[in-house]
Design a protein around this ligand. Structure first.
Ligand code: UDX
Length: 461
């Protein structure tokens, strides 16, 4: 099938490459000419494991092309996917102006019987609205608009596309459903369940799925807080909860608050829809507030590790991306926490295996290092914010020797308390009792002054 993908961002690029991989002929289009030129030179505009190889293979096979000319590409397509950005507006609702512009741009050139497929996450009712826009721009054209939400996680997007739990097809007519069923036939043959429903339902599935997953994270973060107070251990509790199949074991890892391009934006849009249609989403409204409060509270908790005068201390951040295996820093906890630390007079040094270029554009007065050990030299506190495998295998003996202070704050629970304290480090993690200060580490020398840290104080949140 001839497919055009309008928008070569994370979603469009990955989906386009994967559709080529399952046998379709795909042209990815973007208004960013530099991005298309780079892709045509074989350069990747984003970091996504396996994507470079996938794109190279499908370009060589002649199934994947990149173009700046959206209109001429769309004129030949059986399915035109819209995968452009839908950033949050001030009221939380998704701004659909880019997708509406893309729809009106392709209206004059669409071929008869074309199906326009909305991939971007949009508010319920957007497909109907796009149908009107295209019909206005092209009187008499016989076409369809469908919804086909993506459930790709950054960092494992290719795997998620090729082995999804389900494919949701939102279509309000037979042509649209048949076209998308044909498109996904190679995956359906492998047993992937296909959910065929109307466009409004498909739009709601996407928003509600992300809202529910985000709720799971908010819930486990709250349980982790309680564990810290009562001496519980979050991993044991999460396992005990998650083995109940009705709950499920995924998305029960405590962390510094969810971030990324989807959960924060989609929960805000879901809450905005609830307000707009007088169907309040009170759980989600609370979740949004609590998730932001958590990032702030956890930054303050790091400061409290420095006693009552953090000025002049040096904190090393390990992990700037909102999660591992991506270079994306959108709504990353690091972006909220670093300015709070700096506001208290702390000097911030940072490392991330992939996200430093993006972080440099959004942070000021941070020293970036290519290696986590150099970044940690002389640090009073090392703070782990992203669960990169590289950090799991850090040599804690070396870290301890390099650091000036002796506190490792781990907001991803990458280590066990025993292995950290064995190397003379105090360990602060989530949902487990705080470790006692190792012998001899109670006095931290900084700026010539010696101060005593609170011994094994229960974590404050
Ligand atoms: C998400 C959805 O998972 C995906 O289906 C959708 O299409 C896009 O949004 P993504 O944003 O790439 O994907 O990341 P995801 O792996 O879902 O993580 C989102 C956030 O939740 C991250 O900040 C992550 O660190 C956090 N998280 C996730 C936790 O804190 N704990 C968990 O157990 C899982």
């Amino acid at each position: 099938m001839q497919v055009v993908m309008i928008g070569a961002g994370y979603v469009g690029l990955t989906t386009g490459a994967c559709l080529a991989e399952i046998g379709h002929s795909v042209i990815c289009v973007d208004v960013d000419a530099a991005r298309i030129d780079a892709l045509n030179r074989g350069e990747m505009p984003i970091y996504e494991p396996g994507l470079e190889e996938l794109i190279a293979r499908n370009r060589t096979a002649g199934r994947l092309h990149f173009s700046k000319r959206g209109a001429s590409a769309a004129a030949e397509a059986d399915a035109v996917f819209l995968a452009v950005g839908t950033p949050a507006r001030v009221d939380g609702d998704a701004d659909v102006s880019y997708i509406e512009t893309a729809a009106s741009n392709i209206a004059p050139v669409l071929k008869p019987n074309a199906v326009v497929v909305v991939k971007s996450t949009v508010a319920v009712g957007t497909c109907r609205r796009l149908r009107e826009i295209i019909a206005d721009g092209r009187a008499g054209l016989d076409f369809s608009v469908a919804s086909n939400p993506e459930f790709l996680r950054e960092g494992s997007a290719i795997q998620d596309f090729l082995h999804p739990d389900r494919i949701v097809i939102g279509a309000d007519d037979r042509r649209a459903s048949a076209r998308l069923e044909d498109l996904y036939q190679p995956l359906a043959e492998r047993g992937v369940p296909i959910i065929l429903t109307g466009t409004a339902n498909a739009e709601l599935v996407k928003q509600a799925a992300n809202a529910f997953l985000a709720l799971k994270i908010g819930f486990i973060n709250d349980v982790a807080n309680l564990c810290e107070k009562v001496g519980g251990e979050i991993e044991a509790v999460a396992r005990g909860i998650g083995l109940d199949k009705r709950i499920g074991k995924d998305f029960l890892s405590p962390g510094p608050g969810f971030g990324g391009s989807c959960f924060p934006k989609d929960t805000r849009a879901f809450a905005a829809a609830g307000r707009k249609y007088q169907a309040p989403q009170a759980l989600i409204e609370t979740l949004i507030l609590e998730n932001e409060r958590r990032k702030i509270a956890l930054a303050r908790r790091v400061l409290s590790e420095l006693g009552d005068r953090p000025q002049g201390a040096s904190i090393t951040i390990l992990g700037l991306a909102f999660k591992a295996n991506t270079d994306d820093v959108r709504e990353a906890p690091a972006l909220t926490m670093i300015p709070i630390l700096q506001g208290a007079g702390v000097t911030v040094r940072a490392h991330d295996p992939q996200a430093m270029a993006a972080a440099r554009l959004r942070l000021q007065n941070v020293s970036f290092f290519d290696c986590p050990y150099s970044a940690s030299r002389g640090a009073d506190v090392v703070l782990v914010l992203t669960e990169w495998d590289q950090y799991r295998s850090l040599d804690l003996r070396e870290m301890s020797a390099l650091m000036k202070g002796k506190t490792l704050v781990d907001y991803r629970n990458l280590f066990t308390p025993g292995e950290v304290t064995r190397h003379g480090l105090r360990y602060v993690c989530l949902g487990r009792p705080a470790s006692k200060l190792p012998v001899g580490a109670a006095i931290v020398a900084r700026g010539g002054k010696k101060r005593k840290l609170a011994l094994g104080a229960p974590s404050r949140l």
